[in-house]
Design a protein around this ligand. Structure first.
Ligand code: XMP
Length: 533
């Protein structure tokens, strides 16, 4: 997301409108696990939001959180310039959970002492439960809990009013609390899978200490989101939504349609770089699940003409991005009274742009309609900006979208252009489409489609000699790519069963004219990328 995009009116970037459900506020000190804290809390049906550690106190008061979590972070709290909070946070009458850096900072701010530890504690450790109360309610005192530690500092003197509730080999104060003030601190990370009973500790904080009631559900989100969309666009506002066929834009369109019905117009641009049957699938999905207006723009000629003769990957991407914006703008201008543009921005993008760590370095701007909102003076509507990807899928299911749509593998904005190496011609794209469809069909038939992050074919401009029947062939090569990943940032190649690879290879060579050799890509990311260009 570009920083110049307008946030929905009535909100300030990073601060959502007050919703009806309880909120746990997470203050981010830069830990790699901060998002995980938010997810673990939401998994317990309690809404949570991440804000930078320095969010002003009056904003916190206005949010009226049910509890505050101070995240971990990479610095030492006694270093000059280390991130901190106003000690008044502890006087708000709101329970506080300090995790790792958050625990050390709490100790230091309230009069305890933090020092560099003789021995760092990284990885698995054991904490002995001191008392079966507070965070440890329901766990027998004296029991050893497996936990995940990641710190080089330790608390050597507790602040007044605190007492030890758990200790580890290297940290006498692995857990400490002042229950009267509702302040609970742990040196370890309850949010990670390596702390197997972490969910119970978080549940104790949420339900036992903060008094939360598990009121965050997709059904309640739908009501909130519909109300907010209506409030933002008013009685006559019209919203334009670019559909890509992917999960995010489809779910965004579905919730907007629920809110404003036929005042939503969706635009789907066929850039000639789609997969087999994709345009028809999007149109059918729309027909079956929306009653709104869909404009399918056939821009294949335009894109393929602009791409003719271009083989440089970066040039291809630039051309596609430029053409997409041009086509979208032309079409959006034809829609009378359109003042809003819908975008399927997700919570991780929002956090990246407001968090302590600063804007993300990796922004796939051309996939969004970058620059368009300002040029056309459109305000953004971003109904998914509080949601993680898996929550978007739950929302889609709540709205009645079909499973095959919600569990589609990601597909890049520049489409087959980044998988059709060399020149983009209709003929070569058709060859790739046919082969790619076989890959998908076989992966689905093997029951692997949803477990795999992405699986697809890549057409290489590499010709080799083969023999089919009695004839010599001289055709191009298809590389099959299949990777496991959690977020696309890193990926492992999938050890597909040999019989599956064999079936794909035989079918592709027999059924697709133009390919006489199939290879399997065994490169992980890093060092490779998922796409070939
Ligand atoms: P790479 O190839 O960088 O891809 O390992 C990581 C993930 O991002 C997708 N991808 C894109 N998505 N526009 C998009 O919307 C793009 O330009 C783009 N390039 C890569 C890719 O499919 C993978 O999931």
């Amino acid at each position: 997301m570009g920083s110049s995009l307008k946030p929905p009116s009535g909100t300030q970037k990073g601060y959502s409108l007050k919703m009806r459900h309880q909120t746990i506020l997470i203050l981010d000190f830069g830990s790699q696990y901060t998002q995980l804290i938010a997810r673990r809390i939401r998994e317990q049906a309690v809404y949570s939001e991440i804000h930078p550690f320095n969010v002003p106190l009056d904003k916190i008061r206005a949010m009226a959180p049910a509890g505050i979590v101070l995240s971990g972070g990479p610095m030492s709290c006694y270093e000059p310039g280390a991130p901190t909070v106003s000690p008044e946070i502890y006087e708000l009458g709101v329970p506080v959970l300090g995790i790792c850096y958050g625990a050390q900072l709490t100790a230091r701010l309230l009069g305890g002492k933090v020092e560099k530890a003789d021995k760092h504690e990284y990885g698995r450790a054991h904490v002995t439960v001191g008392e079966a109360a507070g965070l440890f309610r329901g766990l027998p005192a004296g029991e050893e809990l497996a936990v995940w530690m990641s710190h080089g500092d330790r608390v050597v003197a507790l602040p007044p009013g605190f007492h030890n509730v758990g200790e580890s080999h290297n940290s006498p104060a692995a857990a400490f609390a002042d229950p009267a003030r509702g302040i609970h601190c742990v040196q370890f990370h309850p949010e990670v899978a390596h702390t197997p009973r972490g969910a119970e500790l978080l549940a104790n904080f949420l339900f036992g200490i903060c008094g939360c009631t598990a009121d965050w559900s997709m059904a309640s989100f739908v009501d909130d989101a519909v109300a907010r969309i209506r409030a933002q666009v008013g009685d006559s506002g019209r919203i334009v939504c670019g559909l890509s066929g992917g999960v995010d834009s489809s779910v965004a369109a579905a919730i907007i349609h629920k809110a404003i019905g036929d005042r939503l117009t969706c635009i789907f641009v066929d850039n000639g770089l789609l997969r087999l049957g994709e345009r028809e699938q999007v149109a059918a999905l729309f027909r079956d699940h929306f009653q709104g207006e869909l404009r399918v723009i056939d821009a294949a000629d335009r894109f393929l003409t602009a791409l003719a003769g271009v083989t440089d990957p970066e040039k291809k991407r630039k051309i596609i991005g430029y053409e997409f914006i041009a086509v979208f703008e032309e079409e959006a201008k034809k829609i009378d009274g359109a003042r809003f543009l819908a975008q399927g921005t997700l919570y991780p993008d929002v956090i990246e742009s407001v968090s302590f760590k600063g804007p993300s370095a990796v922004i796939k701007s051309h996939h969004n309609v970058g620059g368009l909102p300002e040029r056309m003076n459109l305000a953004l509507v971003e109904p998914l900006r509080e949601l993680f990807k898996d929550e978007v899928r739950l929302l889609g299911a709540e709205l009645g979208l079909p499973r095959h749509m919600l569990w589609r593998q990601p597909f890049p904005g520049p489409g087959l252009a980044v998988r059709c190496l060399g020149e983009q011609t209709r003929a070569r794209l058709d060859v790739l489409r046919a082969a790619d469809a076989i890959v998908e069909e076989e992966i689905r038939a093997a029951g692997l489609y949803e477990a795999i992050w992405q699986s697809f074919g890549v057409l290489l401009p590499v010709k080799s000699v083969g023999v089919m029947g009695d004839a010599r062939t001289y055709e191009e090569t298809l590389a099959i790519r299949a990777v496991y990943s959690k977020d696309g940032m890193t990926a492992d190649w999938v050890p597909l069963p040999y019989d599956l690879l064999a079936r794909m290879s035989t079918r592709i060579i027999n059924e697709v004219r133009g390919i006489n050799r199939v290879v399997y890509d065994i490169t992980s990311k890093p060092p490779g990328t998922i796409e070939w260009e």
